[in-house]
Design a protein around this ligand. Structure first.
Ligand code: TPP
Ligand code: MG
Length: 556
């Protein structure tokens, strides 16, 4: 590529690299083939997958580990398939760039019925506008470079997906007068920042039991180090939400655990809810994060700092960059907090004492043992279902090593996410926990994982159907076909699999999987149809007691 006179396609590729994109996930199609060829001839690697929604999940996980990710798909048939994954990335603030081909501008004259077109040529773009921070069509050579710059900047700033559509006849156009815009970096409103910091610091210094609740924006804005420094400097106990799980190492001494209302451990719930100054950093108050409405956070005792605002009790400050607020706290004089933490707060489900026998394996045993087995280089990737509630109790060793669609909760995330995470950081070894239902949706991605020789350990929680749904309302619609998951390696031509029925078989299977460093391992763990995790049990008990109280009150 000539940097002096780049084409629209080559400029886009250069800018993707500037932002740190090294891999792009997707499936080609005629509207995007020429751009695929250009990508192939660039330093960026194109990773072909089995389905576009898998490309989206892989890119989302890649973005969570790498800082930014990208998919490249063809028009509508590809774009609309990846839409659900991108909606999830939007909902959970994961910066994924959607690159899509489309019919050439010259082909659009007189509105012909071209293949893949739905209603009109802008249908796909209009859909993506709903869940992207910017959506652009590069249909004007003189604007294209600027549109690319603005879209990528929006992706980086808002940590949300953006949509860039490249009509196929624009890929090789060299704009006549390209003027890439150089923007001055944004800064905070000095006065607002000073006042918000002064108020926060004064409150922290007068509080008896301050607690920090850290959430996903800490990770997205790369402020993990600052969080550790803040906790070290102040000694304030820190909890994480489910979506933010692992923003700080769960082995960290002042870490108290995941706060998720009644879903979480009671001692964490007590500490967070009884704090007289709860400093919420980068929080995202979703229903799952808040324990399905069982959280009880009192605004009058909370400060909430996010990329959007700093809210102290009932008033808020705008125009403050989240990073500036964190750095401001680090520069401030804050009293050392000496709150004594509950015993073993950060290692509560360790089961070294539990002996595995020939008993049928249960969900709680599985996660207790997994907690003992986890190693420093492992990233736990959870799907949606019983596995997510179980995984919430695992103790994650370092920061950012727990990936899950904990808010949008789209099934099928985990296996493709393992592919994305390993491309983003090949030193990470994914441990995937996934229900049998979710595995049947996107488990095909093991094929790509096998093709590139990655070595995740995939644990299928085979409870013979949609157990989570069975708890809400059961019926034949929650049954699924029984697969022999352990035989998949045979079909794919790589990897290793085995069936697990008992506790001791699980021990043996884990050791074999651990030793199988050259390919994926697939454990088909047979569980009782109605077995569930301790977290779900805690929630059930809490909700049941609430219900009893409400019923008692209603009786005349
Ligand atoms: C894409 C998608 N479709 C449907 C649902 C609704 N849903 C939530 S949990 C669940 C069942 C999950 O089954 P499985 O993966 O086997 O996990 P289990 O609940 O059995 O542990 C379903 C269908 C969803 N969250 N995402
Ligand atoms: Mg299931």
């Amino acid at each position: 590529m000539s940097r002096a006179h780049p084409t629209i396609g080559s400029y886009l590729i250069q800018r993707l690299q500037d932002y740190g994109v090294r891999h792009v996930f997707g499936i080609p199609g005629d509207y995007v083939l020429r751009f695929y060829q250009m990508l192939d001839q660039s330093p960026i690697k194109v990773i072909g997958v089995t389905r576009e929604d898998c490309a989206g999940f892989a890119a989302d996980a890649y973005a969570r580990v790498n800082g930014i990710g990208a998919v490249c798909v063809t028009y509508c048939v590809g774009g609309l398939t990846v839409a659900n994954s991108i909606a999830g990335a939007y909902a959970e603030k994961s910066p994924v760039i959607v690159l899509t081909g489309s019919p050439g501008m010259c082909e659009r004259i007189n509105d012909p019925m071209l293949h893949h077109k739905v209603r009109n040529f802008s249908t796909q773009k209009e859909i993506f506008e709903e869940f992207t921070a910017a959506a652009v069509v590069l249909d004007d050579p003189d604007l294209a470079f600027r549109q690319i710059d603005d879209a990528l900047a929006a992706c980086w700033k808002y940590k949300r997906p953006v949509y860039i559509e490249l009509p196929r006849d624009m890929v090789e156009i060299v704009p006549r007068s390209p003027t890439p815009i150089v923007k001055t970096p944004e800064s905070s409103d000095r006065h607002a920042l000073r006042e918000a910091l002064a108020e926060t610091v004064a409150w922290l210094n007068s509080a008896k039991q301050p607690v920090i609740l850290a959430d996903v924006e800490i990770h997205r804005y790369n402020l993990g180090q600052e969080l550790v420094q803040l906790v070290e400097k102040t000694g304030i106990p820190v909890a994480a939400t489910l979506l933010g799980k692992s923003v700080i190492s769960e082995k960290y001494p002042r870490y108290i655990g995941v706060y998720e209302g009644a879903l979480g451990r009671p001692e964490v719930q007590r500490m967070v809810e009884q704090s007289d100054c709860l400093l919420m950093l980068g929080t995202f108050l979703t229903d799952l994060n808040m324990g399905i409405y069982t959280a009880n956070l009192d605004r009058s005792r909370a400060i909430e700092a996010t990329s959007e605002k700093v809210q102290v009790r009932y008033h808020s400050y705008t125009g403050i960059l989240f990073g500036d607020f964190m750095h401001g706290l680090l520069r401030s004089t804050i009293r050392k907090c000496k709150t004594i933490l509950p015993p073993h707060a950060n290692n509560h489900i360790s089961s070294n004492r539990i002996r595995s026998g020939n008993r049928p394996i249960s969900v709680s045993h599985l996660f207790a043992r997994l907690n003992d087995f986890l190693e420093d280089n492992m990233v736990v990737i959870s799907d949606v279902g019983i596995c997510l509630f179980g995984a919430a109790d695992l103790v994650i060793h370092r920061g950012t090593e727990f990936l899950a669609p904990a808010y949008y909760t789209s099934m099928g995330f985990s296996v493709p996410a393992a592919l994305g995470a390993q491309f983003a950081n090949p030193k990470l070894r994914p441990v995937v926990v996934v229900g049998d239902g979710a595995f049947q949706m996107t488990g095909t991605e093991l094929s790509t994982i096998g093709r590139f020789g990655f070595n995740p350990i995939v644990i299928v929680l085979n409870n013979h159907g949609y157990t989570t749904e069975r708890f809400i309302l059961d019926g034949p619609f929650n049954d699924i076909a029984e697969w022999q998951y352990e035989n998949l390696p045979q079909l794919i031509g790589s990897g290793w699999g085995c069936a697990v029925h008992t506790e001791s078989q699980f021990e043996e299977a884990w050791q074999k999987a651990l030793a199988n460093r050259k390919g994926f391992s697939l454990l088909n763990v047979h569980l009782d149809k109605m077995d569930h995790s301790p977290a779900l049990e805690r929630l059930g008990k809490k909700l049941a007691s609430k219900l009893r109280k409400t019923n008692r009150k209603r009786k005349p």
